[in-house]
Design a protein around this ligand. Structure first.
Ligand SMILES: [Zn+2]
Length: 270
């Protein structure tokens, strides 16, 4: 059987203005603006419900953490044509506040997470304030409740969530981050989440400052480019270039198709 060809929507829901120095270990010589965008993603399939990747944060979290919530995640999904009630599978790339903050939005879904991430966010590492900072207790407690409701699916390393949808464990940013490889008409597209916040983290081979294991992070960058044919097939977790370069979805603000190629090759944009 040939691989299915899925569509993938990147849905922007948040924004954070900042300088470039905040995005690289060791900083950046230029005092230029280098904002972050916050996305969730939806894998739209022919004959099966959409699969959502990550769940964003809510208004209270945005206010507490000084981020701009451009629209609530459920509104972003609705604008993209995704019926939340129909979603049966949600892949949680990792448990940071901006990726796992609205688990309760999906009444029927199973939640896919790596063994290593669940162990990490409920274990000894959380006694360290610095490591704990990007985590919120409530989404973690919610994930535990979902586990006891038979709604959590664990993965270890590489495994298949559905035909044409694979997860791969790529550590470094957190202990159990997983990226999502999706079969599309242009070949595999890898939703990198925070294995790379920005394309520049990949091309400079310099980690984003939130990192628990620098060698593992750098190895994960290399692995991204093994999973994907080239940079245009990698979708970083927070890069404004994604919204600027990939084809917009008509009548859906801040939603782009990343299963299609970018308008200009990403290398030329950097
Ligand atoms: Zn993030």
């Amino acid at each position: 059987m040939s691989d299915p060809h899925h569509r993938i929507l990147a849905i922007r829901y948040g924004h954070h203005a900042r300088k470039a120095a905040a995005n690289f270990i060791g900083g950046d010589d230029h005092a230029t603006d280098m904002p972050l965008d916050y996305y969730i993603w939806a894998i739209v399939r022919e004959d099966a419900p959409p699969i959502v990747v990550d769940t964003g944060f809510d208004a209270a979290t945005a206010a507490r953490r000084g981020r701009s919530l451009l629209r609530p995640v459920d509104q972003g999904l609705a604008a993209a044509g995704i019926d939340i009630a129909a979603v049966e599978d949600v892949i949680v790339t990792h448990m940071h506040f901006d990726h796992a903050g609205s688990l309760g939005l999906f009444p029927r879904a199973r939640f896919h997470i790596q063994d290593a991430e669940m162990a990490f966010c409920t274990g000894r590492a959380m006694t360290e304030r610095m490591i704990r900072a990007p985590f919120d207790a409530e989404p973690i407690a919610e994930m535990v409740r979902l586990l006891f409701g038979d709604r959590v699916v664990f993965h270890a390393g590489t495994s298949m969530v559905a035909p044409g949808v694979m997860v791969h464990h790529l550590g470094g940013h957190t202990a159990g981050l997983q990226v999502v490889e999706v079969a599309t008409a242009r070949g595999p597209v890898v939703l990198a989440s925070d294995a790379a916040h920005l394309y520049a983290n990949i091309t400079r081979a310099v980690p984003f400052p939130i990192v628990i294991d620098v060698p593992a992070y750098l190895a994960s960058l290399k692995r991204l480019l093994e999973l994907a044919p080239n940079l245009d097939h990698v979708i970083p977790g927070h890069d404004p270039l994604v919204l600027q370069q990939f084809p917009p979805v008509t009548n859906a603000a801040d939603v782009v198709r990343v299963d299609l190629p970018p308008a200009r090759s990403i290398k030329e944009c950097l």
